[in-house]
Design a protein around this ligand. Structure first.
Ligand code: SF4
Length: 433
């Protein structure tokens, strides 16, 4: 335990520290709001010390291992009987048709968490995707080993921790995880927000929620947020438009599937139509919601006679199409504005800033603040663990910062006052031990 932290949390040098059970019980019993307000209180200290600039926030996420094993995964059941369901979903491995590899001591799930979430169409997609896998899964070497069954969040749940989700982030092991969403101020790397989410959610779906919380927290301290820096995972037209409405500049590289239109076609902005390589107009026809991606799109379509005598018809239209038809995201302009920012010198600077800001913070949290794994059950408890780790991280940053100021003698007058008036619950300091 560091002496400065002992002093900060009001403990004497020889005073006995609380037992771990005191901390874990307290953590379990106190509501999330208490952790939120302690986090905000420490954040305010950092703001008052001049550590938070507010104008640029870097956002990133990382999976945090849940306190549950893949061995205890069980099949979700649909409304119908389990037996008839098993007969129907033959693509699920033999391991699943018997007992789980290790039976969980207690099933903590409710009926919703045990019920299958995939609809007929999604189940069919799972079957198709894993057709090859399902053919040889029980014959291939090592198929009898644990973990050899095909698992999916749509068809499996963890009875030990029903809130944990199987995470399939590329390059990482397939495990039951939570997702930690982190926002860091680029000034002195103070954490401005942290929250636990289900690990099967996408970063771009969670961005609006994060932005609202961070913006409110900064605004309450009189700080204005101008730039949002994040990786491609947070990219979506909806998010670019949302950030523009919030008057925040996005520096989020567009995802690989974004195309401003077919290759060789030129967009005419004031007329809202495209010009094809042969100079023909492809007009805007309608707006629609793409049911597969649930995104807003615009359709452009030429009439049949336009392409009738075109010399490059077969390469442009393909084998069966009679007319040129394509769809483009509704948020094309927002995409283009964001791409221009990302590719500008400021955008390149922001990319380096993101890498040097949020990634080291995640490294510290996982390596030194116990955030590699949560030892609790449930999303709310996981959130408290993350809040505690972030509180400990910010306190350490704060102490280091004021230590430098103490040595230099700058701003000490107000600082002594703050240290005496702010009380931090004793359990917080334990996490930085
Ligand atoms: S096929 Fe139609 S859209 Fe394609 S280049 Fe020819 S005229 Fe233009």
């Amino acid at each position: 335990m560091r002496l400065d932290i002992l002093y900060f949390i009001g403990y004497d040098i020889d005073e006995e520290l609380p037992w771990h059970s005191t901390i874990s019980r307290t953590r379990q019993l106190f509501p999330e709001e208490v952790f939120e307000s302690v986090f905000t209180k420490v954040f305010i200290l950092c703001v008052e010390a001049g550590m938070v600039s507010g104008h640029t926030q870097a956002i990133d996420s990382a999976p945090v291992k849940a306190n549950a094993s893949m061995d205890t995964l069980e099949l979700k059941v649909p409304e119908e009987e389990l037996e008839s369901h098993l007969r129907r979903v033959r693509h699920i491995s033999t391991m699943d048709k018997e007992q789980p590899f290790r039976k969980s001591k207690e099933d903590k799930s409710n009926k919703d968490q045990r019920s299958i979430t995939a609809n007929e169409q999604e189940l069919k997609a799972i079957t198709t995707r894993n057709k090859r896998w399902s053919k040889d899964q029980d014959q291939r070497p090592g198929a009898g080993n644990k973990g050899s069954k095909y698992t999916s969040n749509k068809t499996h749940y963890s009875p030990t921790d029903p809130d944990a989700r199987i995470s399939v982030k590329p390059g990482k092991a397939r495990k039951l995880n939570y997702l930690s969403q982190l926002s860091v101020d680029t000034g002195h790397h103070v954490i401005t927000d942290i929250k636990a989410y289900h690990a099967d959610g996408k970063d771009n779906q969670q961005l609006p929620d994060i932005v609202k919380r961070v913006k409110r927290r900064l605004w309450q301290q009189g700080l204005v947020w101008e730039n949002c820096v994040a990786d491609t995972g947070y990219s979506s037209g909806e998010n670019y438009a949302f950030l523009e409405r919030q008057r925040i500049k996005s520096f989020i590289p567009a995802h690989g599937t974004f195309k401003g239109g077919p290759e060789g076609f030129e967009y005419v902005e004031n007329k809202d139509h495209y010009l094809c390589p042969k100079g023909k107009i492809i007009p805007f026809t309608k707006e629609f919601n793409d049911y597969r991606t649930d995104t807003r799109k615009k359709e452009y379509r030429a009439r049949k006679h336009v392409c009738m005598d075109c010399p490059i018809r077969s390469s442009c239209l393909g084998k069966s199409a009679q007319e040129k038809k394509f769809s483009v995201t509704y948020y094309r302009a927002e995409y283009q504005r964001n791409i221009a920012r990302v590719e500008s010198p400021q955008g390149r600077y922001m990319k380096a800033k993101r890498q040097s800001t949020v990634e080291p913070v995640f490294g510290t949290l996982t390596q030194f603040m116990g955030l590699r794994k949560v030892n609790t059950i449930g999303l709310k408890q996981a959130n408290k663990c993350m809040q505690l780790a972030a509180i400990a991280y910010n306190i350490k940053k704060y102490l280091k910062f004021i230590e430098k100021r103490t040595k230099s003698g700058a701003g000490m007058h107000g600082l002594n006052f703050k240290l005496k008036t702010v009380s931090i619950p004793p359990f917080v300091g334990q996490f930085s031990a």
